[in-house]
Design a protein around this ligand. Structure first.
Ligand code: NAI
Ligand code: MG
Length: 323
């Protein structure tokens, strides 16, 4: 497999190399090539991403992605949103699991408030929340497929206020009934609290774009913060794997970022794209081993650096692949 590696900006330069090394240890057959996009590139060339960069991403079997710092320019279009749209990565899969709970958040990734239909005028501003039948059906089908090997679907929405969510909810319910999967629905604000109080109640959670973005950061609280959560951006043709967190400029360059989210994103790349569940499980077990030894980065209350934590995980993986 050919893997495009986009470190991006900020802590992307620190956590993505750790994830790449894990893949290199497990899969010497993989080929890696870097693609440089982001704020750093924008500062140097005035462009955050070029057409050639997009072509390079399209030539890969999977993309390992860090995060991009949003440049201070009102005309700037988010790089990751552009990639998700161009490669039609419509399903954002965000697993959140810990003691007693195992949740997968399935977020529609191409429409809603992130459609880019917006304007700012002198005394008002407006963003259109466009939700389509095609977009809702395919994300609902994706969530229902996941439920098949699991328990239940929860549809998170705000249909009591938003017509666009009445539309979204009704399509999701129709798809769940058609797929014959058990489902319930929940208002998204109530869901944000309940997921913290009763995480064990939830299995697959399906939402439109922005609500999924928010509820997954909320759920990060359950597992120790943003440094822990991976995600997969999947379409019918392309796939990109990235931590849920951003470029964290507040801690960038200090070698203290938690590389677990990036490592878990590499594990998702293996299981979702390379059908290599053994490799994915090996990464998760190695992370657990290292954490169990009390080695943690600062966000988890420890004092290990990014590279120290990464080295331990890589050593664990190398030891396993020898035995
Ligand atoms: P952020 O996720 O970068 O940081 C939020 C907080 O969590 C910060 O205090 C940060 O230090 C901490 N944090 C995040 N990841 C961590 C890790 N691995 N280890 C330890 N602590 C960690 O979100 P923020 O600050 O809102 O955004 C920073 C920049 O990242 C912005 O320019 C934003 O637009 C961009 N961003 C990019 C994304 C992408 O490219 N996919 C996603 C989210 C944000
Ligand atoms: Mg987010």
């Amino acid at each position: 497999m050919k893997i495009a590696v986009v470190e991006g900006d900020g802590i992307g330069h620190e956590v993505i190399p750790v994830a790449r090394r894990a893949l290199e240890v497990l899969r010497p057959d993989f080929e890696f090539f870097p693609v440089e996009v982001g704020y750093g590139k924008w500062q140097r060339c005035g462009q955050a991403m070029t057409e050639e960069d997009m072509e390079a991403l399209k030539s890969a079997d999977a993309i390992l992605f860090g995060a991009i710092t949003t440049p201070p320019d009102p005309d700037y279009r988010s790089v990751i949103v552009q990639i998700r749209k161009t490669l039609d990565l419509y399903a954002n899969i965000r697993p959140v699991s810990g003691k007693g709970f195992d949740i997968i958040i399935v977020r529609e990734n191409t429409e809603g408030l992130y459609s880019g239909m917006e304007k700012i005028e002198k005394d008002s501003a407006c963003t259109v929340r466009c939700i389509t039948r095609k977009g809702s059906e395919r994300i609902a089908r994706c969530a229902c497929r996941l439920v098949k090997s699991r328990r239940e679907l929860t549809i998170g929405h705000k249909a009591n206020v938003l017509k666009s969510d009445v539309f979204f909810r009704d399509i999701c319910i129709a798809e769940a009934q058609r797929a014959n999967v058990p489902f319930r629905e929940c208002y998204i604000d109530a869901l944000c609290l309940d997921i913290l109080q009763h995480p064990e109640k939830y299995d697959v959670i399906l939402t439109e774009n922005m609500f999924g973005d928010i509820v997954s950061d909320v759920a990060a609280f359950l597992v120790g913060g943003l440094g822990m959560l991976p995600s997969g951006n999947l379409g019918d043709r392309y796939a990109l794997f990235e931590p849920v967190h951003g470029s964290a400029p507040d801690i960038a360059g200090r070698n203290i970022a938690n590389p677990v989210a990036a490592l878990r994103s590499a594990a998702m790349l293996l299981s979702y794209r390379a059908n290599d569940r053994t490799g994915a499980a090996a990464i998760e077990e190695a992370i657990q081993q290292v954490l169990a030894r009390g080695i943690r980065t600062k966000d988890l209350g420890g004092s290990a650096t990014t590279t120290e934590f990464g080295d331990q995980v890589i050593r664990e993986l190398a030891r396993r692949s020898r035995t």
